[in-house]
Design a protein around this ligand. Structure first.
Ligand SMILES: Cc1cc2nc3c(=O)[nH]c(=O)nc-3n(C[C@H](O)[C@H](O)[C@H](O)COP(=O)(O)OP(=O)(O)OC[C@H]3O[C@@H](n4cnc5c(N)ncnc54)[C@H](O)[C@@H]3O)c2cc1C
Length: 505
C-alpha cells in the first residue's frame, strides 16, 4: 500500500535550504592558485588608472574595489575555489560590456564572467586577479511571444524569476535545477546546464533559439534570432552554449518556453536495489510515454545526508534506493489513469516497495526540495568532492560501490544520485575537511574508470577550472586541438576566463 502523505516535511522553501547550505561553513577556502599549484599567466596588472577608466563607463557604485564587497565574488558555491580579484564590474548593458572588454583586451587584463556563481567546477570565480564581470544587473526581460513561446531576455535574469514570469502566461522555462533561485540564464547557457527537465525538453542546444554575445575584443555578435528554424550558414550560437565564458560573453538569450502542463503529478518511491531502479525506468518509459517528465534516483546515503544534515524528514521509510517520477500532461483524468495503472503494476511486481504520490503543488515542492537539497547537504559534513559523470545506464551506479570500497573510513559518506533518464549520475564523497590524500585517491582514478565505461567526465556541470587537465579522458586529441584553435581565433590574447576549460598542454 502507498503511504498516505504525511506532512512530515516542514514548509521549507527551496531558497531557504539553499541559503542554509551556502552559509554552512564560514571558513575561507585556500587560494586556488596555491591549492592547485597554478602559475599566473602574463596578463596586465590592474592600475588605479584602469579603475578610473571603468568609472567613466559605469557609475561608481558599479565598480567594486573594497575587499569585503569583492570576497563573495572570489569564492565558489562549494567553497572549494578562491580567487584574488581586486575588481568587480557590474555592467547594465551590452554596450557597457563591449567597452569593458575592448579596454581589457587592449591592456591584456584578464576577465572572469560571472552569473549567479552557482557553478560546481570553479569556472565562475577568478584564479588570480582576473576582473570579475558580473551580470547581476543585466536582468531585463525584453520580450515574450506567447504564441511561439520565444522569450528574449538579458543574461543576468535569474532562472526562477523567468520561470515565474512565463508561468503567468501559461508557459514554463525548458530547464529547472536546484540552483534556480540564484543561477542566471546566461550562466545556464554558458554551462549548457541540464537539470531536472532535460528528459522531457532536451538540452539547451535545442531550446536556445539565439544569443547575443560579446567577443574578447568587444565585438558584439548578434545571433539573437527567435526562429525555430534557421539554417543560414554556421550555427554560431552553439559556440557560446557550454563554452563557459572562454569564447565570448553572453549578454542576451532567446529561448523557447514550452506550454505549461495542465496536470502534474509526482511520485516518490522506495526501491529494493539498483537493478530494480533500471527496471522501473524501463517500465515508466513504456507505461507513461509522453507524460513522463522526470525520472530521478537517489541512494540511501543521499537521502540520509539531507535528513541528517538539513533535518528534512524522509516522507517514506528507509530504502536502499529512492526514485522520483514526475508526469506532466494536458489531461488530468487521462494522466491520472496512466499513472495509476503504472503504480498498480509495479507495486504488484514489487519494483515499487513503498511510496507516496501527490498532485498538490505544495507537497510536490516539498518532495522536489528533498531531491534538490542533496546537492548541498554534503557540505555540512565538511568538504565535498563532487563528480558529475554520464555513463551507459547498465553501469550507472557501478562507480559508487567501487569508491566506497577504495576510500573505506577515509570518507564520511560516498553517495550517488541523479538524472537516470539522462544517464547522468552525481557522485559525492564527503570528508571532514579538504584532504589531498583523498583527492589523490579519487583523481584521476574516477576519470579513468569513467573513460573505461565510455562515459563523460562532465555530464552537465562543465569543465571549468577543475577539469581541463582531465578533458582528454572524454575528448579525442583532435577535438582538443580544434578547441584550442577556436579559442585562439575568438580570444587571441586569452583574456576570457583563463585557466579554464581548454587544457594548457
Ligand atoms: C544546488 C545546486 C544544484 C545544481 N543543479 C544542477 C543541475 O541539475 N544541472 C546542472 O547542469 N547544473 C546544476 N548546478 C550547477 C549550476 O547551477 C549550473 O552550472 C548553472 O548553469 C550555473 O549558472 P550561474 O549563473 O550560477 O553561472 P556561474 O556559476 O556564475 O558561472 C558558470 C560558468 O559560466 C560562465 N558564465 C556565467 N555567466 C556568463 C555569461 N553571461 N557569459 C559567459 N559566461 C558566463 C562563468 O564564467 C563560469 O565559467 C547546480 C548547482 C547547485 C549549487
Amino acid at each position: 500500500m502507498l503511504n498516505s502523505w504525511t506532512l512530515l516535511i516542514s514548509n521549507l522553501k527551496n531558497t531557504k535550504v539553499f541559503n542554509q547550505i551556502r552559509c554552512a561553513s564560514q571558513v575561507l577556502p585556500q587560494l586556488s592558485s596555491e591549492k592547485y599549484n597554478v602559475r599566473r599567466k602574463q596578463f596586465g596588472n590592474i592600475q588605479a588608472s584602469d579603475v578610473d577608466y571603468f568609472k567613466t563607463i559605469l557609475s561608481e557604485d558599479r565598480v567594486l574595489t573594497d575587499e569585503n564587497d569583492i570576497l563573495p565574488f572570489n569564492i565558489d558555491w562549494i567553497k572549494n575555489c578562491r580567487g584574488q580579484s581586486k575588481l568587480v564590474l557590474k555592467p547594465k548593458s551590452t554596450e557597457e560590456v563591449s567597452h569593458i572588454l575592448r579596454y581589457c583586451n587592449e591592456k591584456r587584463l584578464a576577465v572572469c564572467p560571472q552569473g549567479g556563481n552557482t557553478g560546481l567546477v570553479g569556472g565562475s570565480v577568478p584564479v588570480f586577479d582576473e576582473i570579475v564581470l558580473s551580470f547581476m544587473l543585466m536582468n531585463k526581460i525584453i520580450s515574450l511571444d506567447e504564441l511561439s513561446g520565444a522569450l528574449v531576455c538579458e543574461s543576468g535574469c535569474v532562472l526562477e524569476n523567468l520561470d515565474n514570469y512565463v508561468r503567468k502566461r501559461n508557459l514554463i522555462m525548458p530547464l529547472d535545477l536546484g540552483a534556480k533561485g540564484s543561477c542566471h540564464i546566461g550562466g545556464n547557457v554558458s554551462t549548457n546546464a541540464g537539470g531536472l527537465r532535460l528528459l522531457r525538453y532536451g538540452n539547451l542546444h535545442g531550446s536556445v533559439l539565439g544569443v547575443e554575445a560579446v567577443k574578447a575584443d568587444g565585438t558584439v555578435i548578434d545571433c539573437l534570432k527567435t526562429l525555430k528554424k534557421d539554417n543560414t550558414g554556421y550555427h554560431l550560437k552553439h559556440l557560446f552554449i557550454g563554452s563557459e565564458g572562454t569564447l565570448g560573453v553572453v549578454t542576451k538569450v532567446a529561448i523557447h518556453c514550452p506550454a505549461m502542463p495542465k496536470a502534474v503529478s509526482l511520485g516518490f518511491f522506495g526501491v529494493k536495489n539498483f537493478e530494480n531502479v533500471l527496471r522501473l525506468y524501463a517500465s515508466a518509459k513504456s507505461s507513461l510515454g509522453e507524460i513522463l517528465s522526470a525520472f530521478e534516483m537517489a541512494d540511501n546515503d543521499s537521502i540520509s545526508s539531507t535528513v541528517e544534515n538539513l533535518k528534512l524528514p524522509n516522507p517514506i521509510s528507509d530504502y536502499p534506493f529512492y526514485v522520483l517520477v514526475e508526469t506532466s500532461g494536458s489531461d488530468e483524468t487521462h494522466d491520472a489513469e496512466k499513472l495509476s495503472r503504472f503504480l498498480d503494476k509495479e507495486m504488484e511486481s514489487g519494483l515499487i516497495v513503498d511510496g507516496t504520490v501527490t498532485s498538490e503543488p505544495g507537497k510536490m515542492q516539498t518532495i522536489w526540495n528533498l531531491r534538490e537539497s542533496i546537492a548541498g547537504a554534503g557540505l555540512i559534513d565538511g568538504y565535498v568532492f563532487k563528480y558529475d559523470v554520464s555513463v551507459p545506464l547498465a553501469n550507472y551506479y557501478s562507480l559508487v560501490p567501487l569508491l566506497r570500497q577504495k576510500l573505506g573510513s577515509k570518507a564520511v559518506r560516498v553517495y550517488g544520485y541523479g538524472h537516470v533518464g539522462d544517464g547522468n549520475i552525481h557522485i559525492n564523497v564527503t570528508v571532514p575537511k579538504y584532504d589531498q590524500e583523498v583527492c589523490s585517491m579519487l583523481e584521476p582514478y574516477i576519470f579513468e574508470e569513467v573513460a573505461k565505461l565510455n562515459g563523460s567526465i562532465s555530464a552537465e556541470h562543465g569543465v571549468g577550472f577543475r577539469k581541463p587537465h582531465y578533458i582528454h579522458y572524454s575528448k579525442d586529441v583532435t577535438a582538443i586541438h580544434l578547441m584550442k584553435q577556436l579559442k585562439q581565433l575568438m580570444d587571441p590574447n586569452g583574456i576570457l576566463n583563463p585557466y579554464k576549460v581548454v587544457p594548457e598542454v
